[in-house]
Structures are given as structure tokens and as C-alpha cells.
Ligand binder design. Structure first.
Ligand code: UD1
Ligand code: CA
Length: 504
């Protein structure tokens, strides 16, 4: 019976990433909406290792937070207080592996497209060969920026030389170090202790471990695994953008293969955690982000921004919609120019039209709010009609209050619902009403100033206004106006007597 040695991993994510020219640590920069550090951790998690150390330094707390969702069994966060090189970073994890005997994978945090299959090939080869140290190597047409693999006359690896320290002959080597190693724990932490900073950067290079092991007579093996674009590290913003384009293309292609039409794939953005049902048509400039899920047979006409939004089947988004944290039932029609904010729940066949904003709003099946409305902190039953310009006045400057509207309610245009307030089933609210008290089922609520019509008013007003316009401008200190009317004079006398009483 063969006993499988425990598997450990060290992921290096302490560097600032000087070449990014950023105040943000490199591994916190986002690729397809996720921080870079999440990618190698996810690849490592796929192998279900027994123990993982994540070495953090710059913005340690944020990097730690970004790694929380990786789903690793035993994740230890190790602080590298000063970035003295990749070898030093591994040495910082020694204490966490003091009681661990097994094989340790070392992965750099800036290699986001790394696949679990490549890591598995590395571990399998390492174990099958009974090696002390195994590293992945591959040929890059353009090896610039990478450590070069130096081999002896017998073809065995004798070491890795960093580009800065390489001779012209060594620079011509195209076999590069992508930075993936499997090392027996018994030798790894002994070797990193022996590193010296004898190089152009004055750092402790993990890559020097390879030369130390080879010179010490240890079994150093290499394995060819992975593809060049998969193992490319990100050091600059241009490389980040290049990788973003690769990933974006891959995501869109994946959904096209699954039966989704993209009218303009180049302008579509589909995040890694998004799902889209077949026969959905995605127009130009559509961004689907976060945990958005789109059903089948939907249509997004274009220029939409959907985040963490769940959409049913046969839903139609007209041009220019934003949805964040919304739940949308089947056959709903939204837009053009609608804004669905968190907590929006639209049941089947709801219509939300142009310039409608919803927030924490539940609309029952078949309900329509087609024009110019704000619906916040409200619940609306099925088959109700919300007229143009309806506003739920949910905020009194201190607290939010709820509006409840029943089934088959008709809210006339230009209605304000001053929450908390309830409009029961089958009620009618007349246009222009300010609803301040609950409306019973089946009732009509109407609050209006009675309309007056004053005959001939326009003509008189125009004549007066024209006369004023022709008159000379008023002088600064106008003479006192004519004596006050008797009633006003009486009011003033009463007020002055009251003041005199108060003084006494
Ligand atoms: C490294 C390798 C190089 C290889 C390349 C592959 C070394 C010395 N060189 O170079 O041979 O071809 O990766 O992409 O290892 N980090 C720390 N602490 C430190 C320094 C770095 O945690 O003190 C982390 C960084 O956050 C980064 C990773 O290690 O995630 C790699 O560091 P980076 O500076 O990008 O190394 P490269 O110069 O790319
Ligand atoms: Ca790098």
C-alpha cells in the first residue's frame, strides 16, 4: 500500500508590485472583477491541499480579506514584514510548516490564469520521480522578464538566473521559469535558510534554491506543463489589460458555445461567475457582473449594466438599464432607461418603463409602472397600475418608511404616497393625490384643491404686466406706502397692546 505524502502550498503575495506604479498592492488589482490573489488560491484549492500559507506584506489586511472566499481547508496567513525577496517570503512560512512533512507547492500570486491541471501535473511528476525539487519550465518565444533555466552539458538543471543578473548568452535562453515548484518540505526550509542576497537586487531569490539543491546533490527535476499564456505573470498594467482581454474573450466564447447570441462580442463583458441561459440575445455594450444569472430566451437590447441580478426567462431589457441586486421573474419588460436598485423583486410579467427607479420594491405579477416613478421601500400586489410620476415618499430625513399597495390598485398619475401608508386591494387613487392616510379596499382616494376658472384673467394680467414693464424703474428709497387699510391698522394695534402686556 502506498502512502500519499501530505500536500502543502505556499502562495507569495507580499510584494507591492513596483512596476504597476500603484499605491495598491499588485495582487489586489482586479482581473475580471476579482482580485488577482484569488486566482492562484482557487487553483491551489482545487488540489485540496492539507495546509496552505499565504504570504502577505503590503496591505496585508486587504489581501487577507480578499483570500477569505478561496475555500481552503487550512489557510494560514503569514506576514512578511519587509519584502526581501521571494526566497525570504518562503522562509517566513517556515514556522507554519515546522510540524509538516510532505510536498510543498510554491506558487506566485501574480499568475492568475494558472490551471489546477498544471499544478497536478507538477505534483504527480514530482512524486513519480521521487524528486527533492521539481520545477515547471517552458519555452517562451519572448523570454524577457523571466528567470532563465540554465542547464549543464548533461542537460541537467544547474540553476536559474534572473534576467538582471544574466550574461548575454544566458539571456538568449528561451527556457524560462514560470515560478511553480514542488519541494520536499524536509529540504525546502533548510535551503531557503541558506540563501544569500548576492544579486543585482540584493534580495533573497527563491530561484537560487534550485542551484543550491543541484550543487548539494539533491534530485532536481523539471516538468514541461502548462501553456505560455496560462503561466504568464502580471507585472504591469499593460499585461493586466492584455490578460483581461484574453479572459473576457474566453468568457464570451464559452457562452456563445452554450447557445447565447452576442450581437457585438467585442463590447460585451461577462464576469466569471455569471451564467446565461440558451437563446438569450445580448446586444452591444452589455456588462454582466458579479453573480448575475440570466435565464433563457431573454433579450438585452444594449447598454445595460447588471450586477448580482437574477433574471428569469424571456425577459426583455430595453436600451439603457441598470440593475443591482434585483430579482426579476419571467417575461418581465424593463426600460428603456430604468434603474433597479438592491432589493428590487419583480414578479412575472411586470413592466417597468422609462425613468423608473426601484429600491427594496416588490412588484406583484402583471403590475405595471411604465413611466417616471420612484418606488422605494414598497410592496405592490399583482395587476396594479402605477401611473406616471408616482413617488413613494419613503424618507423623512431620519427614517425610511414603507408603502403597501394591494392587488388591482390603480394609482393615478402624479401621486405622492407619504409613507408609512397602505392602499388596499382594488382601490383607486385620483391623479395628483397626496396620499397621507390609508386607503380602504375598493375606495377612491382623491386630494385636490378645487379648481377655479376666473374669466378674462389672462387679458387683465397681461395688460397689467405690460404696464409695469413700460414704467420707469423704482427709486431706491421709495416713499412710505399709502395709509394702511383699516383692518390691517386694527391688527397692528392689537399686536402692540399684546407686546406691551408681555413687557409688564
Ligand atoms: C519571479 C522569479 C522569476 C520568474 C518570474 C515568473 C524570483 C527571484 N524570480 O520574478 O524567475 O521567471 O517570477 O513570473 O523568484 N513576493 C513576495 N515577497 C517578496 C517579493 C515577491 O511575496 O519579497 C511575491 C510577489 O507579491 C509576487 C511574487 O512573489 O506575487 C513574484 O514576485 P515578482 O517580484 O513579481 O517576481 P518576478 O520579478 O516576476
Ligand atoms: Ca512577477
Amino acid at each position: 500500500m502506498s502512502t500519499v505524502r501530505p500536500l502543502g502550498a505556499v502562495v507569495l503575495a507580499a510584494g507591492l508590485g513596483t512596476r504597476m506604479r500603484s499605491t495598491r498592492a499588485k495582487v489586489l488589482h482586479e482581473l475580471a472583477g476579482r482580485p488577482l490573489v484569488r486566482y492562484p488560491l482557487a487553483a491551489v484549492a482545487d488540489l485540496d491541499p492539507d495546509r496552505v500559507a499565504l504570504v502577505v506584506g503590503h496591505q496585508a489586511d486587504a489581501v487577507r480579506a480578499a483570500s477569505a472566499e478561496a475555500g481552503l481547508r487550512d489557510l494560514r496567513i503569514v506576514l512578511q514584514p519587509e519584502q526581501r525577496g521571494t526566497g525570504h517570503a518562503v522562509a517566513c512560512a517556515a514556522a507554519d510548516f515546522a510540524d509538516f512533512t510532505g510536498d510543498v507547492l510554491i506558487v506566485y500570486g501574480d499568475v492568475p490564469l494558472l490551471r489546477p491541471a498544471t499544478l497536478r501535473a507538477l505534483v504527480d511528476s514530482h512524486r513519480a520521480d521521487g524528486a527533492d525539487l521539481t520545477l515547471v519550465t517552458l519555452a517562451f518565444a519572448d523570454p524577457r522578464g523571466y528567470g532563465r533555466i540554465v542547464r549543464g552539458p548533461d542537460g541537467n538543471v544547474v540553476g536559474i538566473v534572473e534576467e538582471r543578473d544574466a550574461s548575454p548568452a544566458e539571456r538568449a535562453i528561451t527556457e524560462i521559469n514560470p515560478g511553480l515548484y514542488a519541494v520536499r518540505s524536509e529540504v525546502l526550509f533548510r535551503l531557503v535558510e541558506a540563501l544569500r542576497p548576492n544579486n543585482a537586487q540584493g534580495e533573497l531569490y527563491l530561484t537560487d534554491v534550485v542551484g543550491l539543491a543541484a550543487r548539494g546533490g539533491l534530485r532536481v527535476h523539471t516538468v514541461q506543463a502548462g501553456r505560455p499564456e496560462e503561466l504568464a505573470g502580471i507585472n504591469t498594467r499593460a499585461e493586466l489589460a492584455g490578460m483581461e482581454a484574453i479572459l473576457k474573450g474566453e468568457h464570451v466564447e464559452r457562452w456563445m458555445a452554450a447557445g447565447v447570441t452576442f450581437e457585438d462580442p467585442a463590447t460585451a463583458y461577462v464576469g466569471p461567475d455569471v451564467t446565461i441561459g440558451p437563446d438569450t440575445v445580448v446586444g452591444p455594450n452589455v456588462q454582466l457582473r458579479g453573480r448575475t444569472r440570466i435565464g433563457s430566451g431573454c433579450r438585452l437590447d444594449g447598454t445595460a449594466y447588471l450586477v448580482d441580478t437574477v433574471v428569469g426567462d424571456r425577459v426583455h431589457f430595453l436600451l439603457g438599464c441598470v440593475a443591482d441586486g434585483a430579482e426579476i421573474g419571467d417575461e418581465v419588460r424593463i426600460g428603456p432607461f430604468a434603474h433597479l436598485r438592491p432589493g428590487t423583486r419583480l414578479a412575472a410579467r411586470v413592466h417597468v418603463g422609462n425613468f423608473v427607479e426601484t429600491k427594496k420594491a416588490a412588484l406583484g405579477a402583471g403590475t405595471k409602472a411604465n413611466h417616471l416613478s420612484y418606488l422605494g421601500d414598497c410592496e405592490i400586489g399583482p395587476d396594479s397600475n402605477i401611473g406616471a410620476g408616482t413617488i413613494t415618499c419613503n424618507y423623512d430625513g431620519f427614517h425610511k418608511h414603507r408603502t403597501t399597495i394591494g392587488a388591482r390598485v390603480f394609482i393615478g398619475s402624479d401621486t405622492q404616497l407619504v409613507a408609512p401608508v397602505t392602499v388596499a386591494d382594488d382601490a383607486y387613487v385620483g391623479s395628483g393625490t397626496t396620499v397621507t392616510r390609508d386607503v380602504p379596499a375598493g375606495a377612491l382616494a382623491v386630494s385636490r384643491v378645487p379648481q377655479r376658472a376666473i374669466p378674462g384673467w389672462s387679458a387683465r394680467f397681461r395688460a397689467r404686466a405690460a404696464g409695469t414693464a413700460a414704467a420707469p424703474p423704482p427709486v431706491k428709497s421709495a416713499p412710505r406706502s399709502a395709509p394702511a387699510a383699516p383692518r390691517a391698522r386694527k391688527r397692528r394695534a392689537v399686536a402692540s397692546r399684546a407686546r406691551a402686556r408681555r413687557r409688564r
